[in-house]
Design a binder for this molecule. Structure first.
Ligand code: ATR
Length: 283
């Protein structure tokens, strides 16, 4: 994109607050690389303004938007849901197709691609997932779909039980609840989906089962600011391989961009997006 023209197409992100979002930097870098006359902007949408924003996306001919905290569940009832969005009950990508609003979730697929980047498979793993919110749902369903077994531990146990029963309804026997901070079976993949340890609370970490690192699980933290949470630092000290969530951010965004542009995912410049996301984190 060399400048805004009369034909510039608009995509963006809705959140509340949204000013900290890395997505504009990441997507605009991709749009420039692709040579598209498109622009990606951030919209601060308060939860009580979702119906008006839904009308706005149609009225203004906005091609699509990413949806982030706290709106992912709120927008779902207004859209035609994809299978992934239906399973997780949350939408991170809205696509306006001639006034018909499609709601998709690219978080789970983005997570799996990010695992692959780290040389890890999402298939046939024994996993402990910390958290039971929207991100945990996306991660758990994506892993269960590949035959992995998911234990879910959450501060609020009832929420973990609800997620586990939703997974078992679709993938029988592949999920069970685990106590928050309580001993569990050895796992080969540990995923933190909670916000515990996120900047500025960098000295906090989620409650862990004792001896969780003994079997050297791969440890994945969805948090990317700081780039090494306390959880990841401890895991590394214990000899585990680790990854933060920056590449998940990149891949979920790349999958959204593929939906809006109609381009095959392999043509989306993920390396350019990753570099832009990393640069925006250094600012
Ligand atoms: P997201 O879409 O990022 O998953 P969410 O749906 O609000 O956001 O979920 C946040 C997750 O982080 C939940 O699992 C939440 O636990 P509760 O269900 O008990 O609220 C977890 N979480 C947030 N702050 C936490 C804290 N201080 N200690 C433990 N868990 C926390």
């Amino acid at each position: 994109m060399t400048g805004i023209t009369g034909k510039t197409k608009i995509i963006g992100v809705w959140g509340h607050p949204v000013g900290h979002s890395r997505s504009p930097a990441m997507h605009n870098a991709a749009l420039r690389e692709l040579g598209l006359d498109w622009v990606y902007v951030a919209f601060d949408v308060a939860p009580d303004q979702v119906p008006q924003a839904m009308a706005g996306i149609r009225a203004l001919g906005i091609v699509g938007v990413n949806v982030t905290v706290p709106l992912k569940e709120l927008v779902a009832p207004y859209t035609i849901l994809s299978a992934a969005a239906l399973q997780t009950g949350s939408v991170n990508t809205l696509h306006n197709q001639e006034g018909r609003l499609h709601g998709d979730s690219t978080d789970g697929r983005g997570f799996l691609r990010s695992l692959e980047d780290a040389g890890q498979s999402g298939a046939g793993r024994s996993v402990l997932i910390l958290g039971a919110g929207g991100s945990a749902r996306a991660v758990a369903f994506a892993l269960a779909a590949l035959g992995s077994h998911c234990r879910v531990a959450n501060r609020t146990r009832a929420r973990a039980e609800e997620l586990v029963s939703d997974i078992n309804r679709v993938y029988p026997g592949q999920a069970e609840t685990s106590g928050w901070g309580e001993r569990t079976y050895a796992v080969d993949l540990l995923v933190n989906t909670t916000s515990v340890g996120m900047y500025p609370h960098i000295d906090e970490m989620p409650a862990l089962p004792p001896d969780i690192f003994a079997a050297r699980p791969f440890v994945y933290d969805l948090i990317y600011a700081p780039s090494r949470t306390k959880l990841l630092r401890l895991a590394e000290q214990a000899g585990c391989e680790v990854s933060n969530g920056i590449t998940m951010l990149v891949h979920q965004g790349a999958l959204s961009l593929a939906l809006w542009t109609g381009l095959p995912v392999k043509e989306i410049p993920v390396k350019v997006m990753e570099e832009a996301a990393r640069a925006s984190l250094r600012e």
